[in-house]
Design a protein around this ligand. Structure first.
Ligand code: GUN
Length: 308
Protein backbone atom coordinates (compact mmCIF):
# COMPACT_ATOMS: atom_id res chain seq x y z
CA UNK A 1 0.00 0.00 0.00
CA UNK A 2 1.28 3.46 -0.81
CA UNK A 3 2.57 5.42 2.17
CA UNK A 4 0.50 8.36 3.37
CA UNK A 5 2.28 11.71 3.10
CA UNK A 6 1.75 13.79 6.23
CA UNK A 7 1.75 17.26 4.72
CA UNK A 8 2.47 20.04 7.20
CA UNK A 9 0.70 22.72 5.23
CA UNK A 10 -2.99 22.16 6.10
CA UNK A 11 -2.06 21.54 9.74
CA UNK A 12 0.09 24.67 9.98
CA UNK A 13 -2.70 26.67 8.30
CA UNK A 14 -5.26 25.37 10.81
CA UNK A 15 -3.04 26.29 13.77
CA UNK A 16 -2.32 29.75 12.34
CA UNK A 17 -6.06 30.33 11.83
CA UNK A 18 -6.67 29.41 15.48
CA UNK A 19 -3.89 31.77 16.58
CA UNK A 20 -5.26 34.62 14.42
CA UNK A 21 -8.68 34.18 16.08
CA UNK A 22 -7.09 34.29 19.51
CA UNK A 23 -5.18 37.46 18.57
CA UNK A 24 -8.48 39.11 17.59
CA UNK A 25 -10.00 38.05 20.93
CA UNK A 26 -7.00 39.51 22.81
CA UNK A 27 -7.10 42.74 20.85
CA UNK A 28 -10.73 43.20 21.91
CA UNK A 29 -9.33 43.19 25.46
CA UNK A 30 -6.68 45.75 24.55
CA UNK A 31 -3.78 43.30 24.29
CA UNK A 32 -1.64 42.96 21.16
CA UNK A 33 0.86 40.11 21.45
CA UNK A 34 4.41 41.16 20.51
CA UNK A 35 7.37 39.03 19.38
CA UNK A 36 10.99 40.19 19.20
CA UNK A 37 13.40 38.15 17.08
CA UNK A 38 17.11 38.77 17.61
CA UNK A 39 19.53 37.70 14.90
CA UNK A 40 23.29 38.11 15.12
CA UNK A 41 25.43 37.89 11.99
CA UNK A 42 24.59 36.79 8.47
CA UNK A 43 24.02 33.04 8.52
CA UNK A 44 21.91 32.58 5.34
CA UNK A 45 19.65 29.86 6.80
CA UNK A 46 18.98 32.01 9.90
CA UNK A 47 18.03 34.93 7.66
CA UNK A 48 15.43 32.75 5.91
CA UNK A 49 14.02 31.38 9.19
CA UNK A 50 13.82 34.78 10.83
CA UNK A 51 12.19 36.30 7.74
CA UNK A 52 9.52 33.63 7.85
CA UNK A 53 8.92 34.17 11.60
CA UNK A 54 8.52 37.94 11.19
CA UNK A 55 6.28 37.62 8.11
CA UNK A 56 4.00 35.04 9.75
CA UNK A 57 3.65 37.19 12.90
CA UNK A 58 2.47 40.08 10.81
CA UNK A 59 -0.02 37.91 8.92
CA UNK A 60 -1.59 36.82 12.21
CA UNK A 61 -1.78 40.28 13.78
CA UNK A 62 1.14 39.73 16.16
CA UNK A 63 3.39 42.75 16.50
CA UNK A 64 6.91 41.76 15.50
CA UNK A 65 10.29 43.33 15.84
CA UNK A 66 13.42 42.10 14.11
CA UNK A 67 16.66 43.15 15.77
CA UNK A 68 19.67 42.41 13.59
CA UNK A 69 23.16 42.80 15.05
CA UNK A 70 26.42 42.46 13.11
CA UNK A 71 28.48 39.26 13.38
CA UNK A 72 31.00 41.28 15.41
CA UNK A 73 28.48 42.15 18.20
CA UNK A 74 29.92 41.47 21.64
CA UNK A 75 28.48 39.09 24.21
CA UNK A 76 27.50 42.03 26.41
CA UNK A 77 25.70 43.80 23.58
CA UNK A 78 23.53 40.74 22.92
CA UNK A 79 22.79 40.28 26.64
CA UNK A 80 21.99 44.02 26.85
CA UNK A 81 19.40 43.71 24.07
CA UNK A 82 17.77 40.74 25.78
CA UNK A 83 17.57 42.62 29.10
CA UNK A 84 15.91 45.60 27.42
CA UNK A 85 13.37 43.31 25.79
CA UNK A 86 12.70 41.62 29.16
CA UNK A 87 11.65 45.00 30.57
CA UNK A 88 9.30 45.99 27.74
CA UNK A 89 5.62 45.43 28.42
CA UNK A 90 4.71 45.34 24.69
CA UNK A 91 7.02 42.35 24.08
CA UNK A 92 5.59 38.96 25.05
CA UNK A 93 8.04 36.70 23.26
CA UNK A 94 11.82 36.91 22.80
CA UNK A 95 13.58 34.61 20.37
CA UNK A 96 17.33 34.68 19.84
CA UNK A 97 18.05 32.84 16.60
CA UNK A 98 20.77 30.19 16.87
CA UNK A 99 23.58 29.69 16.02
CA UNK A 100 25.29 32.69 17.62
CA UNK A 101 28.85 33.75 16.72
CA UNK A 102 31.61 32.20 18.86
CA UNK A 103 32.29 35.30 21.01
CA UNK A 104 28.69 35.16 22.29
CA UNK A 105 27.96 32.59 25.00
CA UNK A 106 24.68 31.11 23.74
CA UNK A 107 23.75 29.40 27.04
CA UNK A 108 24.18 32.64 28.96
CA UNK A 109 22.05 34.51 26.40
CA UNK A 110 19.26 31.94 26.59
CA UNK A 111 19.38 32.07 30.40
CA UNK A 112 19.11 35.87 30.32
CA UNK A 113 15.67 35.68 28.65
CA UNK A 114 12.76 36.16 31.05
CA UNK A 115 11.30 32.59 31.24
CA UNK A 116 7.80 34.06 30.80
CA UNK A 117 8.91 35.43 27.40
CA UNK A 118 10.92 32.37 26.36
CA UNK A 119 8.84 31.36 23.32
CA UNK A 120 11.55 28.93 22.13
CA UNK A 121 11.30 27.03 25.43
CA UNK A 122 15.10 26.88 25.75
CA UNK A 123 15.46 28.51 29.21
CA UNK A 124 16.47 26.03 31.95
CA UNK A 125 13.29 26.94 33.89
CA UNK A 126 11.11 25.89 30.97
CA UNK A 127 13.27 22.84 30.21
CA UNK A 128 12.86 21.85 33.88
CA UNK A 129 9.12 22.44 33.90
CA UNK A 130 8.69 20.40 30.72
CA UNK A 131 10.62 17.50 32.22
CA UNK A 132 8.52 17.73 35.40
CA UNK A 133 5.39 17.48 33.24
CA UNK A 134 4.31 20.98 34.34
CA UNK A 135 2.80 23.69 32.14
CA UNK A 136 5.72 25.23 30.23
CA UNK A 137 6.60 27.05 27.05
CA UNK A 138 7.99 24.12 25.05
CA UNK A 139 10.28 24.11 21.98
CA UNK A 140 8.40 24.69 18.73
CA UNK A 141 9.77 21.92 16.50
CA UNK A 142 8.94 19.02 18.83
CA UNK A 143 5.54 20.49 19.77
CA UNK A 144 4.91 20.77 16.02
CA UNK A 145 5.70 17.05 15.62
CA UNK A 146 3.11 16.18 18.29
CA UNK A 147 0.53 18.40 16.53
CA UNK A 148 1.14 16.69 13.17
CA UNK A 149 0.67 13.26 14.75
CA UNK A 150 -2.44 14.23 16.72
CA UNK A 151 -4.12 16.10 13.91
CA UNK A 152 -3.38 13.20 11.53
CA UNK A 153 -5.08 10.79 14.01
CA UNK A 154 -1.88 8.81 14.59
CA UNK A 155 -2.07 7.29 18.09
CA UNK A 156 0.84 8.02 20.46
CA UNK A 157 -0.16 6.55 23.84
CA UNK A 158 1.35 3.10 24.34
CA UNK A 159 3.38 3.34 21.13
CA UNK A 160 7.16 3.10 20.93
CA UNK A 161 8.60 6.44 19.82
CA UNK A 162 12.25 6.25 18.80
CA UNK A 163 14.09 9.55 18.38
CA UNK A 164 17.39 9.71 16.52
CA UNK A 165 19.26 12.80 17.76
CA UNK A 166 19.76 14.18 21.27
CA UNK A 167 19.89 17.94 20.74
CA UNK A 168 18.48 20.42 23.24
CA UNK A 169 16.35 21.95 20.48
CA UNK A 170 14.69 18.77 19.20
CA UNK A 171 15.75 15.34 20.53
CA UNK A 172 15.56 15.90 24.30
CA UNK A 173 12.35 17.97 24.42
CA UNK A 174 10.79 15.58 21.88
CA UNK A 175 11.37 12.73 24.36
CA UNK A 176 9.69 14.69 27.17
CA UNK A 177 6.67 15.50 25.00
CA UNK A 178 6.27 11.86 23.94
CA UNK A 179 6.43 10.80 27.60
CA UNK A 180 3.71 13.32 28.41
CA UNK A 181 1.61 11.63 25.70
CA UNK A 182 2.24 8.22 27.33
CA UNK A 183 4.50 6.82 24.63
CA UNK A 184 7.42 4.49 25.38
CA UNK A 185 10.50 6.50 24.43
CA UNK A 186 13.99 5.68 23.20
CA UNK A 187 16.61 8.28 22.29
CA UNK A 188 19.40 7.18 19.94
CA UNK A 189 22.49 9.10 18.87
CA UNK A 190 25.80 8.86 17.06
CA UNK A 191 27.21 6.38 19.61
CA UNK A 192 24.20 4.04 19.63
CA UNK A 193 25.31 0.48 18.81
CA UNK A 194 23.46 -1.23 15.95
CA UNK A 195 21.18 1.72 15.27
CA UNK A 196 18.94 -0.05 12.70
CA UNK A 197 17.98 -2.75 15.22
CA UNK A 198 16.82 -0.01 17.64
CA UNK A 199 15.04 2.21 15.12
CA UNK A 200 13.25 -0.84 13.67
CA UNK A 201 11.41 -1.13 17.00
CA UNK A 202 9.75 2.22 16.41
CA UNK A 203 6.05 2.67 15.81
CA UNK A 204 6.93 6.35 15.46
CA UNK A 205 10.45 7.17 14.25
CA UNK A 206 11.67 10.77 14.54
CA UNK A 207 14.83 11.70 12.64
CA UNK A 208 16.65 14.76 13.97
CA UNK A 209 20.30 14.10 13.22
CA UNK A 210 21.24 16.71 10.64
CA UNK A 211 22.52 14.32 7.95
CA UNK A 212 20.84 14.21 4.56
CA UNK A 213 19.03 10.95 3.84
CA UNK A 214 20.69 9.14 6.78
CA UNK A 215 17.62 7.07 7.71
CA UNK A 216 17.26 4.30 5.13
CA UNK A 217 14.85 1.45 4.55
CA UNK A 218 16.83 -0.81 6.91
CA UNK A 219 16.07 1.58 9.81
CA UNK A 220 12.31 1.54 9.32
CA UNK A 221 9.84 -1.06 10.50
CA UNK A 222 7.20 -2.00 7.94
CA UNK A 223 4.17 0.20 8.65
CA UNK A 224 5.89 2.71 10.97
CA UNK A 225 5.21 6.45 11.00
CA UNK A 226 8.35 8.38 10.08
CA UNK A 227 8.77 12.03 11.07
CA UNK A 228 11.63 13.87 9.37
CA UNK A 229 12.90 16.92 11.24
CA UNK A 230 16.04 17.41 9.13
CA UNK A 231 16.67 20.25 6.70
CA UNK A 232 19.81 19.75 4.59
CA UNK A 233 21.02 21.05 1.25
CA UNK A 234 21.96 18.50 -1.39
CA UNK A 235 23.71 19.59 -4.57
CA UNK A 236 25.21 16.28 -5.77
CA UNK A 237 23.20 14.83 -8.65
CA UNK A 238 24.17 11.19 -8.02
CA UNK A 239 23.21 11.47 -4.36
CA UNK A 240 19.89 13.11 -5.31
CA UNK A 241 19.18 10.14 -7.61
CA UNK A 242 19.57 7.80 -4.60
CA UNK A 243 17.11 9.85 -2.54
CA UNK A 244 14.24 10.47 -4.90
CA UNK A 245 11.94 8.31 -6.98
CA UNK A 246 12.31 8.89 -10.73
CA UNK A 247 8.98 10.76 -10.87
CA UNK A 248 10.24 13.28 -8.25
CA UNK A 249 13.63 13.78 -9.84
CA UNK A 250 12.67 16.37 -12.44
CA UNK A 251 11.73 19.10 -9.97
CA UNK A 252 14.70 18.25 -7.74
CA UNK A 253 17.11 18.52 -10.67
CA UNK A 254 15.55 21.86 -11.56
CA UNK A 255 16.10 23.13 -8.02
CA UNK A 256 19.76 22.06 -8.12
CA UNK A 257 20.14 23.72 -11.51
CA UNK A 258 18.41 26.96 -10.47
CA UNK A 259 19.62 27.49 -6.88
CA UNK A 260 22.49 25.04 -6.63
CA UNK A 261 20.76 22.71 -4.13
CA UNK A 262 17.58 20.91 -3.18
CA UNK A 263 16.19 20.57 0.37
CA UNK A 264 16.45 17.10 1.84
CA UNK A 265 15.54 15.78 5.28
CA UNK A 266 17.37 13.23 7.44
CA UNK A 267 15.32 10.42 5.88
CA UNK A 268 15.76 8.84 2.45
CA UNK A 269 12.27 9.60 1.09
CA UNK A 270 12.30 6.94 -1.63
CA UNK A 271 13.05 4.17 0.87
CA UNK A 272 10.71 5.60 3.53
CA UNK A 273 7.85 5.53 1.01
CA UNK A 274 8.47 1.78 0.54
CA UNK A 275 8.48 0.84 4.23
CA UNK A 276 6.52 3.42 6.26
CA UNK A 277 2.73 3.64 6.49
CA UNK A 278 3.06 7.43 6.70
CA UNK A 279 5.85 9.97 6.63
CA UNK A 280 6.43 13.73 6.65
CA UNK A 281 7.96 15.26 3.50
CA UNK A 282 10.87 17.73 3.30
CA UNK A 283 10.16 20.46 2.43
CA UNK A 284 6.50 20.84 3.38
CA UNK A 285 6.42 18.78 6.57
CA UNK A 286 7.57 19.56 10.10
CA UNK A 287 9.29 22.84 9.13
CA UNK A 288 5.99 24.58 8.49
CA UNK A 289 4.76 23.60 11.93
CA UNK A 290 7.75 25.12 13.73
CA UNK A 291 6.73 28.65 12.77
CA UNK A 292 3.04 28.00 13.51
CA UNK A 293 3.93 26.72 17.00
CA UNK A 294 6.12 29.77 17.63
CA UNK A 295 3.07 31.95 16.95
CA UNK A 296 1.02 29.79 19.30
CA UNK A 297 3.69 30.10 22.02
CA UNK A 298 3.79 33.88 21.60
CA UNK A 299 0.05 34.16 22.17
CA UNK A 300 0.28 31.72 25.12
CA UNK A 301 3.10 33.79 26.63
CA UNK A 302 1.02 36.96 26.24
CA UNK A 303 -1.98 35.37 27.93
CA UNK A 304 0.05 33.95 30.84
CA UNK A 305 2.10 37.07 31.52
CA UNK A 306 -0.73 39.56 31.10
CA UNK A 307 -3.26 37.28 32.82
CA UNK A 308 -5.93 37.59 30.12
N1 GUN B 1 18.04 27.60 15.03
C1 GUN B 1 17.60 26.43 14.51
N2 GUN B 1 16.42 26.10 15.05
C2 GUN B 1 16.10 27.07 15.94
C3 GUN B 1 15.00 27.29 16.80
O1 GUN B 1 14.04 26.51 16.89
N3 GUN B 1 15.05 28.42 17.54
C4 GUN B 1 16.09 29.28 17.49
N4 GUN B 1 16.05 30.35 18.27
N5 GUN B 1 17.13 29.11 16.70
C5 GUN B 1 17.13 28.00 15.93
Amino acid sequence: MAARILSGKPIAEAIKAEVAEEVIRLQAQGVRPGLAVVRVGDDPASAVYVGSKVKTSEELGIKSEHIHLPATASHNEVIGIVRELNLRDDIDGILVQLPLPPQVDASAVLEAIDPRKDVDGFHPINVGRLSLGEKALAPCTPTGVIEILKRSDIPIAGKHAVIVGRSNIVGKPMAMLFLKENATVTICHSRTADLPSVTRQADILVAAIGRAGFIRGEHIREGATVVDVGINNVSDLDFAAELFAPEDMEKRLKAIENRGFTLVGDVNPREAAEKASSFTPVPGGVGLLTVAMLMKNTVEAAKMRREV
